[in-house]
Design a protein around this ligand. Sequence first.
Ligand code: XMP
Length: 509
Amino acid sequence: MQKVLILDFGGQYNQLIARRVREQKVYCEVHPHDMPLEEIRRFDPIGVIFTGGPGSVYLPDAPKVDPGVFELGVPILGICYGCQLMAQMLGGRVTAAQDDSAREYGKTPTALDGGCALFAGLGGESVTWMSHGDYMAAVPAGFRLAAHSAACPTAAICDEARGFYGVQFHPEVEHTERGRGMLRNFLYGICRAAGDWTMADYKAQAIEAVREKVGNGRALLALSGGVDSSVAAALMSEAIGERLVCVFVDHGLMRRNEGDEVEAAFSKRELNFIRVNAQERFLSRLAGVEEPERKRKIIGEEFIRVFEEVAHEVGAVDFLVQGTIYPDVIESGQGEAAVIKSHHNVGGLPDCVDFREILEPLRLLFKDEVRQLGRELGLPEALVSRQPFPGPGLAIRVIGAVTKEKLDTLREADAIFREEMSRAGIAADQYFAALTNLRSVGVMGDGRSYDRAIALRSVQTGDFMTADFSRLPWELLETVSVRIVNEVRGVNRVLYDITSKPPATVEYE
Ligand code: XMP
């Protein structure tokens, strides 16, 4: 399989570059900019992309790349900071834009030279997304100009003899109108990619790799019924068969019938499926706890305790399998971000149990690739295309202290909402009900009620880092509201959440 190497200089859009490359059926990996030359050689890329980054190439501690990368004989595409770095390292000059007019941020009309292989078939005036305060004042020997904007004469450069291309703008961002075409030209026209990245091949390779690693050993996997752990289970099962044990901890914070559905979906497969009913245990640890972060911590810890106990009962297990996916891998390589919520999922499992090693068979895949792999492995579509469900489950959708009665109320309301959404055929990325801690007065029949309020939440999002509330049809909201108030005891009011993220988050706690 051919590989493209993406060297990371700390830009905001680095994951997006990787996704755009893989979208075009070319495999790529993101590695730190200081990857040693020997490793780059071993990686054996058909092309290299330098990402953008927040630094300035002329500052003393600016991130650099081993200059040997320019001698490998493979094409290089530098994006923004990556373009400036290439220019500077090959003898050009980069400076801070002297006056504000030379800085460019946002959508910028740019003239592209269709004679440059990067812009073949894309020449002429077009909008690109710029975000730079520095610019190339002098282009290195051997390069020529390939694009310009009103403020920047050096919007793109190329040295076609050596296969080096640099763009000041971001082709990976949607706002760059012909960005996909440019990346396609780089991959297919310049790097001569064959487009050989397919899930069927990946599946075969991943199974082979697991077999080689595990040998005759046994592996334990925490199965939540979510997409990642389910796909990991299916892959592991195909690789090592009955030497896989899957543990499903039912913490009683699942949606209606979910525990039974997970059991039904997985106990028939040969997964040595173990269901642990730990509902009482979780509820008693959560009794009276209102603070969201404490709830999350308690659930995370209790999960680990239960899991450890089962692991000891099962005994003699060599490997622990985690459903880590590529965005987690890329993100964990970067600086500290503020903790908004401490995420708990079955991926955050113990170092405290005795395992020889941790296996992460999905660690190179993006979410949509995980779903595709699930289809390749024959998992049902309903499972593969599930919306995300947080590790702490309904505990963070019951605002304030959690009780069995409140969970039951929420489960009923949530099931109605989900049922009506699917009946109406509405495609939202995530939608659910939450039980607020608001009580309010209503009138039912001829009497006064003083009952709870349910909040409905539905969002459209690509990456869950930001999200827009869904503009659901009034008729649908009305049906859901009428059904919830009529069918769910103790609820007399239904609210629809019209806040986006930011400033709100998707979940309430
Ligand atoms: P927030 O509420 O942070 O949610 O906007 C973003 C996405 O993450 C999911 N989420 C979690 N997933 N463990 C998970 O596996 C968690 O602890 C957790 N908390 C939030 C949330 O459902 C949404 O999809």
